[in-house]
Design a protein around this ligand. Structure first.
Ligand code: 5AD
Length: 346
């Protein structure tokens, strides 16, 4: 197995069967070796610096009805909100003072938030904070809309493909969504010039090892600048309420595989990982992640952006808890970077 891991590190690709072996590996020595290699690669690319992104959850209104997601349209138990421009700019102001140089505007596919509005907000952030990157994570939009936001100053876009396998995609989403359309969106984002992030939930219902291999091969081919992976966590008011939570161990194995495959990629240690394991954030970093996304959303609304149950948003998960985060990182030998942390090819 170590030979396989060494080869992944040196040539950044493996055969299908070899990926399967890695994903099925339960041998702790081998897994430790995988994480160690991934960690070394991250250290050689980024030093011991961890980039931070200020996450602003701008709306929990969503026209989609994804079976796994707590803000799906059919969930009538949550209070819907939409932040107005002033509030979003306030979040950025606060974030900037705290040292954030990337703002991530994330939200459901909210028909009540027009392209004009989004364009206006992006342009304003860009004008007020020209040294900051603007990342959008607002779901599927037309080529034209993506282009407008890009021209207004957005630099990056996060859109997880969720699963590359069409049949598995069908199990997770209602009829009117399709993996084909989603991949098309990802291609459009690349064409326009965004740094693009994609990814999956680990342990989503009905996911197989073969599905995961397909996801790995897709990411190998698509070459995203950012890769977001976290465990699936059930939400009580969704059709998947009674499905099991994804595995921390498998999430970490995938994280390391992606680091070895794409040494320069920006890979967050996700909130979901830290929600199901109190040391999840640190474990993610030690498995090769190099990004953390603390929450800048106004405290009063955070509880309403529950994609899954018990989503953590306090302490080190929050922007105001940056000092706690700094200490946690220091304890494992890392530092929070003050850079905006773009993807760099060379
Ligand atoms: N568990 C884990 N992650 C989830 N997401 C949505 N719902 C859940 C859940 N129940 C992830 C999806 C989406 C991202 C914003 O959050 O992968 O792309």
């Amino acid at each position: 197995m170590k030979i396989i891991i060494d080869r992944l590190r040196s040539v950044h690709t493996l055969e299908i069967d070899e990926y399967k072996q890695l994903l099925s590996c339960r041998e702790q020595n081998t897994i430790d070796y995988l994480h160690q290699q991934a960690r070394e690669v991250a250290l050689s690319e980024f030093g011991n610096q961890i980039y931070i992104r200020g996450l602003i959850e701008i709306s929990n209104c969503c026209r989609n009805d994804c079976y796994y997601c707590g803000i799906r349209k059919s969930n009538t138990t949550i209070k819907r909100y939409r932040l107005d421009e002033d509030i979003i700019l306030d979040c950025c102001k606060q974030g900037y003072q705290l040292g954030f140089r990337t703002f991530v505007l994330q939200g459901g596919e909210d028909a009540g938030m027009s392209d004009d509005t989004i364009e206006f907000i992006v342009a304003n952030i860009h004008k007020l904070y020209p040294d900051c990157a603007v990342t959008l994570s607002l779901g599927e939009k037309s080529f034209e809309s993506y282009k407008r936001f890009f021209q207004a100053g957005a630099n990056r876009y996060l859109l997880r493909h969720e699963t590359y396998n069409e049949i598995h995609y069908r199990y997770l989403h209602p009829e009117k969504m399709s993996s084909e359309y989603r991949i098309n969106c990802l291609n459009n984002l690349k064409t326009i010039g965004y740094q693009v992030g994609t990814g999956i939930m680990v342990g989503s219902p009905f996911q197989t090892i073969d599905n995961l291999v397909n996801d790995i091969l897709f990411i190998e081919k698509f070459q995203p600048e950012m890769i977001g992976i976290g465990p699936f966590i059930p939400h009580k008011d969704t059709p998947f309420a009674s499905y099991p939570t994804g595995s921390v161990e498998l999430t970490l194995i995938l994280l390391s595989i992606f680091r070895l495959m794409r040494p320069k990629a920006l890979i967050p240690s996700t909130t979901a990982l830290n929600t199901i394991d109190s040391k999840g954030r640190e474990k993610g970093i030690l498995a090769g992640a190099n990004v953390i996304m603390p929450n800048l959303t106004p405290n009063t609304q955070r509880k309403n952006y529950e994609l899954y149950n018990n989503k953590s948003h306090l302490g080190a998960e929050s922007a105001e808890g940056l000092e706690i985060l700094r200490k946690q990182m220091q304890a494992i030998g890392y530092e929070i970077s003050g850079e905006r942390g773009d993807y760099v090819q060379h």
